[in-house]
Design a protein around this ligand. Structure first.
Ligand code: ADP
Ligand code: MG
Length: 324
């Protein structure tokens, strides 16, 4: 049974960056205004995510890392209108099967916090009272310690750290009311250091640098057809690519950081036409779509969403983008 759990967990948490994404999304779901990440050895030795969110209640600690423990969904119909990013109650549990998880947390109004460690879905010890300021800190040590082959394929720690920095950069330019930092253990300065700002352009400038912010073209579209549900898209496009070496897309659908190949293609078709010389474009886009058009429940990592009624919808999106 523990082998089965480990294999399943290894699918949810494929690389250190998948663990970071789940932890940061939990921090965002907890209404944090400041999230900092510390990484050692590309995340294999240590991933530490600290937030100032609402914390975890003492009585929830014993079951926190059991599979399908979530505080975010109460009935199946909620799946249709998921606002929070987590909903499966699978991430933390999975981490305990492939790493050593320690949670330190304090809820509002408490005099002290609690610290507790988990292994294979269960609490290792009674929560111990400890000093804590605000929010939650989750530490994952020795990720994939029990998956020799996985550890071997992940030996390039620089590569994994780059992925984590890229992830935090994406979160930072979308959730502009939250401060983010990401630092390598032992490093004097942070590689991502964003301060909450009301302006997305400011956020982009502080994360990707001035030259990127100067070359951005604002794109905005909305479908106000009263007979249909509301679509909205806004973001930036750059015809020279600074964000990465190939065409990049930072895509948020309904506040969820996702990959959506189909939508990416649709955007490219529309915008390559307007920027004919562009070979590798950068998009920073956020879409607000009717939740029922977006199936977030396809993959355990929730990263690639599939658009339901794909063809019809895509044609409509393309027409709509072309009109704008
Ligand atoms: P999910 O996010 O799908 O609910 P997770 O396994 O990611 O499942 O987390 C399990 C539960 O742990 C969450 O529902 C939430 O109640 C709690 N939790 C996890 N991380 C935090 C955090 N940083 N702050 C507050 N609560 C948290
Ligand atoms: Mg979660």
């Amino acid at each position: 049974e523990s082998v089965v759990n480990r294999i399943a967990a290894g699918e949810v948490i494929q690389r250190p960056v998948s663990a970071v994404k789940e932890l940061v999304e939990n921090s965002l779901d907890a209404s944090s205004t400041s999230i900092s990440v510390l990484v050692k050895d590309g995340g294999l030795k240590l991933i530490q995510v600290s937030d100032d969110g609402h914390g975890i209640r003492y009585e929830d600690l014993p079951i926190l890392c059991e599979r399908h423990t979530t505080s975010k969904l109460s009935k199946y119909e909620d799946l249709q209108s998921i606002k929070s990013m987590g909903f499966r109650g699978e991430a933390l549990a999975s981490m305990t099967y492939v790493g050593h998880v320690t949670v330190t947390t304090i809820t509002r109004g408490q005099l002290h916090g609690y610290r507790v460690s988990y292994r294979d879905g269960v609490m290792e010890n009674e929560p111990k009272a400890c000093a804590a300021v605000k929010g939650t800190q989750i530490v994952i040590e020795n990720l994939f310690y029990n998956m020799v082959a996985r550890r071997k394929t992940l030996q390039n720690s620089a590569d994994d750290y780059t992925k984590i920095v890229d992830l935090l950069s994406r979160f930072a330019i979308h959730h502009i009311d939250v401060s983010f930092s990401c630092r390598k253990h032992g490093a004097a300065r942070a590689d991502v250091h964003s301060v909450a700002t009301p302006s997305r352009l400011n956020a982009i400038r502080s994360v990707y640098g001035l030259s990127v912010a100067q070359n951005l073209i604002k794109i905005e579209a909305s479908d106000n057809d009263p007979s249909s549900s509301v679509f909205e898209m806004d973001g930036f496009i750059s015809n020279s690519n600074y964000v990465a070496k190939k065409t990049t897309m930072v895509l948020f659908i309904n506040d969820r950081l996702v990959e959506c190949t189909a939508l990416k293609r649709a955007l490219e078709v529309v915008y390559v036409a307007t920027l004919p010389k562009a070979s590798n474009l950068s998009f920073i886009c956020q879409f607000t779509l009717p939740p029922e058009h977006v199936d977030v429940n396809v993959h355990p990592t929730k990263r690639e969403v599939s658009l339901l009624i794909r063809k019809l919808l895509l044609r409509r999106y393309s027409l709509w983008l072309n009109r704008c």
